[in-house]
Structure formats: structure tokens, C-alpha cells
Design a protein around this ligand. Structure first.
Ligand code: CTP
Ligand code: MG
Length: 399
């Protein structure tokens, strides 16, 4: 291995006993990608980190191999850890001794949300100190309790901080600290800054990041998974809206189709398809939000295949176009303008039909109706009009 100025050392030899029976948490997938892989990637991608070494448990060689498939060429061969975190870190530091890097960033594989910003802050902090660690203030009031579950005292929290990783050190200084702590029989150091303090090194505090959580319990894993899903589905993107308007003329008949529901009436509606004006307005609203023209572009009235078609087809087509863009419809609001028929008795059925078409809960579908005070063509009963607004979430588009 060539001499490396800065090495990332990722400890991943723990058993994850507090996270439940699923095995070492670093190998569990979060939204399809292993925790360890997520914890490694920001170091592999960072221009100021030259090499990355992972410390694993002897039993995990095969699992590790599968986990880093495709990126193994960018990693140093793994080191084998010990029974405690402290021992695992020391094993990793020893494995680097022949390479003698100038600096090392020691990171828990159980922190998969580490990012380039925090790595930069730690490296910057190392400029004039033996070590630098990211930390965050404590906002809760801190109590000391006793074995019987009673409060012994309130701890003054001024100056108290929560330590995170990666923790950066001058390599020779932290190696020496860990070696000396081990030969002095000091155990139970839960982070490397503690080893550094014990050895009298000067360690700087830099800003941590609330998002850089450590996965300890099953609830933490669930929270991390939810966070990734939320970011994927809703986080990065924008809300767009579109509107639609449609009119159909009354003609001879005994019912009209409104939002896919057959509503008995003294007339029918004239049209090439089933003349479901609210669904046509909604289709246009969705197409409008997508900037995809209007219903006539996608379903030309001149095309005989749409004769008598159920308009649900048009809505589903527009929804499919949204899905193909990685987007989803999140709300639909429809207004029917007509003196007759009365919509009230059918509103519930129409809402249910629309919710089904759009795969939305019924609270996200709104059906309203109004007359036009006997004014205009709707007022004279010559036709029925419908308005719609569609709200969509779309991923950010590259312009
Ligand atoms: N770790 C390690 N070697 C150990 C113990 C822990 O490399 N003998 C690593 C873990 O893999 C983890 C980090 O140190 O990335 C922080 O430890 P912790 O959150 O305690 O993980 P586990 O020890 O795996 O979990 P538990 O204590 O619940 O068994
Ligand atoms: Mg542990």
C-alpha cells in the first residue's frame, strides 16, 4: 500500500445485540442498501480521504465480501476486530502501522448518514490539534437516577455534548494512545476521543449533525428506514398543480356518467366517449401539471377506438404518465357545474371511484358541485361543465 496521508477506518466488528435478533446491524439493508455500504460511501467519494479500511468480525468475512461487492477494489483488505469497540479500533490502527498515514478518521459503521460536510469539518479541525470530533449540544434536562428508579440529582448540562463519529486524529498520536491504554489495562473506552483524553491529547470539538444518527436499537433502524423512504418519496422533488375544464351538451338519454358513476337523469350527455366531463377535466388537470398537452392530444376524438370509451381510461393514462416520471398524484379536487342532476346523493360513490382510480385515500379526493344560478348555458340546462385541479409530487427535473 502506498503511504497514505489520510485513511478512513470503519469499525464494523460488533454483534448488534441491542438491535434484536437480526444479526449484525451493519449488514442489514436500509431502503435496499446495506448500512455498512452507506457508512463507507461518503469516505470513498471524499477527495481528502485517500484510503478506507474496514474492521470486521472473523465470522463475517463472507457477508462482508457480499456487502462490498463492486467496491472492494477501492477498499484496503479488511482487518479483524476484537471483543470490544476499543479492541476493534486498535486492531484497525495496528493494521495501518506499516503504511503510517498522517491522519485517520475513525467511524462507526452504525452511522450510515455521515456526509461530506461532517468529514470536512473534522479534517479542518485537525489542522492544529491532535484530534477533532463532531459533537452536538444537549437540549434535554439531564438527571442522574439511582438503582431504585429515583432521581438523585439534576446534572448541570452546560458544557455537556453528545459525541459522534467520524473522529479524526493524527495517526501516530491515536495509535500510541490506544496502545498505551491497552497495556495499562484500560478498557471500556466507547469512543476514540476518550482514549485520546486518557493519553492527554488535545482534541477539538467541531459541529456534528443531527442527521448523523447512530443505529443502536431496532427502533433506530426503523426510524432510519422511514427517513430514507420519506426522502425518496417526498423529500427531493417539487409540488406541481394543473387545472382542467370540460363541457358536454345535454342530449336525449336517461343517465349521465360523472366520475365513473352512473347518475340517472332526464337527459344524457353528448360526446365521443362516455362524456364524463369531470373525468375529462381531471385528465386535463393531470396532463397540465405534467406539461403534457391536453386530452385531445392523447386521445384524438377522430380516433374511432375511443368511441363510447369509459373515461376512467383517460385518467389512468395520465396517472401512468406521472408515474413514469417518478411522480405521483397526491390530491384531486373536482367541481361539477349543473342545475341538474343533483350531485349530493352520488358524491360518496363518486369519491370512492375517483380514489380507486388514483390510488389515493378518499380524504385526498374532493368532489364539489354548484349551480350557476340559472345563468348561462349550464343555467339554462343546455349542458354540464366540470372543473378540476390536480396536485402532483414530481422529482426535481434537470433543466
Ligand atoms: N464495534 C466493533 N467491534 C466491537 C464492537 C463494536 O467494531 N467489538 C463497532 C460496531 O460494529 C459499530 C460501532 O463499533 O459500528 C459502535 O458500536 P455499537 O453501536 O455498540 O454496535 P454493536 O457493538 O454492534 O452493538 P451492540 O453493542 O448492541 O451489540
Ligand atoms: Mg457495542
Amino acid at each position: 500500500m502506498p503511504t497514505a496521508p489520510t485513511v478512513a477506518l470503519i469499525v464494523a466488528a460488533g454483534r448488534g445485540t441491542r438491535a434484536g435478533p437480526l444479526g449484525p446491524k451493519q449488514f442489514l439493508a436500509l431502503d435496499g442498501e446495506a448500512v455498512l455500504r452507506r457508512s463507507l460511501s461518503p469516505f470513498l467519494a471524499h477527495p481528502r480521504v485517500n484510503h478506507t479500511l474496514v474492521v470486521i468480525h472473523a465470522d463475517d468475512r463472507a457477508t462482508y465480501g457480499e456487502c462490498v461487492l463492486g467496491i472492494e477494489g477501492r477498499l484496503l483488505p479488511p482487518a479483524i476486530g476484537g471483543a470490544t469497540r476499543q479492541e476493534s479500533v486498535r486492531a484497525g490502527l495496528e493494521a495501518l502501522s506499516h503504511a503510517n498515514p498522517s491522519h485517520v478518521l475513525i467511524h462507526d459503521s452504525a452511522r450510515p448518514f455521515v456526509d461530506a460536510g461532517i468529514i470536512d469539518r473534522v479534517l479542518d479541525g485537525l489542522g492544529d490539534a491532535d484530534g477533532a470530533i463532531p459533537a452536538l449540544p444537549i437540549h434535554d434536562t439531564i438527571k442522574r437516577g439511582d438503582a431504585s428508579g429515583l432521581i438523585r440529582e439534576t446534572v448541570d448540562r452546560s458544557g455537556l455534548l453528545r459525541a459522534q463519529t467520524p473522529q479524526g486524529f493524527r495517526y501516530p498520536a491515536i495509535l500510541d494512545a490506544h496502545r498505551r491504554a491497552a497495556s495499562a489495562g484500560v478498557s471500556g473506552l466507547t469512543d476514540d476521543a476518550h482514549a485520546a483524553e486518557w493519553a492527554g491529547l488535545c482534541v477539538k470539538l467541531v459541529a456534528g449533525h443531527e442527521g448523523n444518527m447512530k443505529l443502536t436499537t431496532a427502533a433506530d433502524l426503523l426510524e432510519a428506514e422511514n427517513r430514507l423512504l420519506r426522502d425518496r418519496l417526498f423529500g427531493q422533488g417539487e409540488t406541481v398543480t394543473g387545472n382542467g375544464f370540460d363541457v358536454h351538451r345535454f342530449t336525449a338519454g336517461d343517465h349521465v356518467m360523472l366520475c365513473g358513476v352512473r347518475v340517472p337523469h332526464t337527459h344524457g350527455l353528448e360526446g365521443h366517449s362516455d362524456a364524463d366531463a369531470p373525468l375529462h377535466a381531471l385528465t386535463d388537470a393531470i396532463l397540465g401539471a405534467l406539461g403534457e398537452g391536453d386530452i385531445g392530444v392523447h386521445f384524438p376524438p377522430s380516433d374511432p377506438q375511443w368511441k363510447g370509451a369509459a373515461s376512467e381510461l383517460f385518467v389512468r393514462h395520465a396517472a401512468k404518465l406521472a408515474a413514469e416520471r417518478g411522480g405521483r398524484i397526491v390530491h384531486a379536487d373536482v367541481t361539477v357545474i349543473a342545475e341538474q342532476p343533483r350531485i349530493g346523493p352520488y358524491r360518496e360513490a363518486m369519491t370512492a371511484r375517483l380514489a380507486g382510480m388514483l390510488a389515493l385515500p378518499s380524504q385526498r379526493v374532493s368532489i364539489k358541485a354548484t349551480t350557476s344560478e340559472r345563468l348561462g348555458f349550464t343555467g339554462r340546462g343546455e349542458g354540464l361543465a366540470a372543473l378540476a385541479t390536480a396536485t402532483l409530487r414530481l422529482p426535481f427535473a434537470r433543466n
